[in-house]
Design a protein around this ligand. Structure first.
Ligand SMILES: [Zn+2]
Length: 241
């Protein structure tokens, strides 16, 4: 495998890398990312509503319990009044007062309920308003996503011819590259540190990082086309003609 083949591979791959980045950094791609972020936010709001629905149900249970309690107190009082009418004994008056107090208490609880009901009602109204907006946004999302995807696909198709040619060339040249070299190249590419193959310049400097190369590295770069790892930046350092 000659250094010329490697450099040809690298040139094609850097062009492809730039194409990929152009797509990733394009306004069209950013638009899709934003729309997806919006959808995530809608889902978060819905999750919050789910939690609130549980709270509202619990509050409903509390209210209905106290209504049952008040109803019971009223029945007890009516029973006591009936009994008092039948007996007309003085002792019943105390019992009547006892039930009247109980009813007063129940009334107080019902009064508090009214406040809670008003609060819950207001919150439900707010939730309905927000969910209406949310539903509209989710409905719009589909349309926005569709439009953004069309725009992005258009851009991608424009680049497709170039990308396909580059990929074909890369695949062809890749076959000549030793596995170890290819793996190390991929690591450097993923770290966005291309070019991975850099020249030895000024007799002892790495063109990638600018550092002076130790003599034991230089011994591996005697002839044009020789290459070895730069001990500093870990790129491939090669001896150019
Ligand atoms: Zn270096």
């Amino acid at each position: 495998m000659s250094i010329e083949t490697i450099l040809q591979f690298q040139t094609a791959d850097i062009k492809l890398f730039k194409l990929e980045n152009e797509l990733k950094n394009s306004e069209e791609f950013k638009k899709i990312a934003l729309i997806q972020k919006n959808l995530h936010e809608y889902a978060e709001t819905l999750k919050k509503f789910e939690g609130e629905a549980a709270e509202i149900l619990a509050s409903y249970d509390r209210i209905s319990d106290s209504v049952i309690q008040a109803e019971k107190s009223v029945k007890e009082l009516i029973g006591a009044v009936d009994e008092m009418n039948a007996e007309t004994e003085e002792g019943s008056l105390g019992e009547y007062e006892f039930y009247l107090k109980k009813l007063e208490k129940a009334n107080e609880v019902l009064g508090n309920n009214e406040k809670e009901i008003a609060k819950t009602k207001k919150r439900i109204e707010e939730i309905v308003l927000t969910s209406t907006k949310l539903l509209r946004s989710i409905f719009d999302y589909t349309e926005r996503k569709k439009n953004a995807t069309v725009e992005f696909d258009k851009l991608r198709n424009e680049k497709k011819g170039d990308a396909d040619n580059l990929m074909k060339e890369i695949a062809r040249l890749k076959g000549d590259l030793p596995q170890g070299v290819l793996e190390a190249y991929t690591v450097i590419r993923n770290e966005k540190r291309l070019p991975a193959f850099v020249k030895l310049v000024n007799k002892n400097q790495c063109q990638g990082c600018g550092m002076d190369v130790p003599s034991e590295t230089l011994t591996k770069l005697k002839t044009a086309g020789d290459f070895t790892e730069c001990p500093n930046c870990k790129r491939f350092l090669y001896h150019a003609e």
